[in-house]
Design a protein around this ligand. Structure first.
Ligand code: ADP
Length: 310
């Protein structure tokens, strides 16, 4: 089973408008999704045929509705109830623009977080792979992912737990996930650099020199349409894919995490792991739905992804 964690889920509501008229009435038809990075990962894993369980925090009427949306998607879920209301995020697509209104989400009480930590320990013990992604809600310390990484490691029975997360705070600690996948902007923010997609050698050196990445078996830096670079226990790979006109690249990083979780759980070799992850990211960019792959083009896209060892 692959366990996905979404600590600050949202009911994502999308409105498509020809033109957004400011200071007047806009009539819209909503499209609602069980949102949050971990839920995007969950939906893609379902498409890949994995046994997935989603967990996190859910509250109030919005939380109950969110559970209905997950059920409708076929995403098995076991969330911890909280007193606050699960948030709503609005995404307005208009005139080629994407205007987003994101609620910050509920404040989490210490007892609620304790209940989640206990739930996580119970579920992680049954999981082959755990993915951690997305922002943490108010009331949850920035170092919380590191705590979850340590719990997942402790609970590992035989097979190692594998985690995909980008959380600077998790990197600061001695808790080492199996895999981290920042994108290029995030890695430049973490390193204080301004690398472009052409600076692979310099990126490799900078990562090797930065103690925060020491001991993390897989470090992958995704680069949008330019593919990704992956470092695994001393080996370095560049993954490239022919350009496409992206329909909706939101959720491509989450889809990539799903690909990593899927391939690593299946015990795939390094090249297959990277090909699978990049295929998932690209197939998501080709699909109008966030966290959804154009599965009928799997073979074509998988075969077009080129992975070379550096
Ligand atoms: P994030 O969503 O975390 O910022 P990226 O934008 O780097 O992640 O996308 C993750 C992966 O998805 C990339 O490594 C690539 O394989 C694929 N991808 C994303 N956007 C495109 C695109 N426009 N064309 C082809 N592949 C894409």
């Amino acid at each position: 089973m692959i366990l996905t964690v979404t600590m600050n889920p949202s009911i994502d509501t999308r409105y498509q408008l020809d033109k957004l008229i400011i200071d007047d009435v806009n009539r819209v038809t909503p499209e609602k999704t069980a949102g949050g990075k971990g839920l995007n990962v969950s939906r893609v894993l379902l498409q890949l045929g994995d046994d997935v369980l989603a967990t996190g925090l859910l509250g109030g009427h919005m939380g109950a509705y969110m559970a209905e949306l997950m059920d409708a998607d076929g995403v098995k879920n076991d969330f911890v109830p909280i007193a606050g209301e699960t948030r709503i995020c609005l995404n307005i697509l208009h005139e080629g623009n994407q205007t987003e209104l994101l609620e910050s989400g509920p404040q989490i009480a210490p007892a609620e977080l304790e209940a989640f930590t206990a739930k996580f320990a119970e579920l992680a013990a049954k999981a082959d792979v755990v993915t951690l992604s997305g922002s943490l809600p108010r009331g949850v310390d920035a170092g919380y992912y590191a705590e979850l990484v340590k719990i997942a490691e402790l609970r590992a029975q035989g097979a190692a737990r594998h985690l995909g997360c980008i959380a600077g705070a998790a990197l600061e600690s001695n808790a080492k996930p199996e895999l981290v996948k920042p994108n290029l902007t995030e890695i430049n923010g973490l390193l204080g650099t301004s690398f472009t997609t052409d600076d692979v050698d310099a990126l490799r050196e900078a990562l090797a020199a930065d103690g925060r990445f020491a001991g993390i078996p897989w470090v992958v830096v995704s680069m949008g349409a330019a593919g990704s670079v992956g470092f695994h226990e001393g080996r370095a790979f560049r993954a490239k894919t022919p350009a496409i006109a992206a329909v909706n690249a939101t959720g491509s990083g989450d889809s990539t995490i799903a690909g990593f979780a899927h391939a690593i759980a299946a015990g795939a070799d390094d090249v297959t792991v990277l090909k699978t992850a990049n295929t998932c990211g690209k197939l998501n960019a080709m699909d109008p739905k966030t966290g959804h792959l154009v599965m009928d083009r799997w073979d074509e896209i998988y075969n077009s992804v080129e992975v070379v060892e550096l």
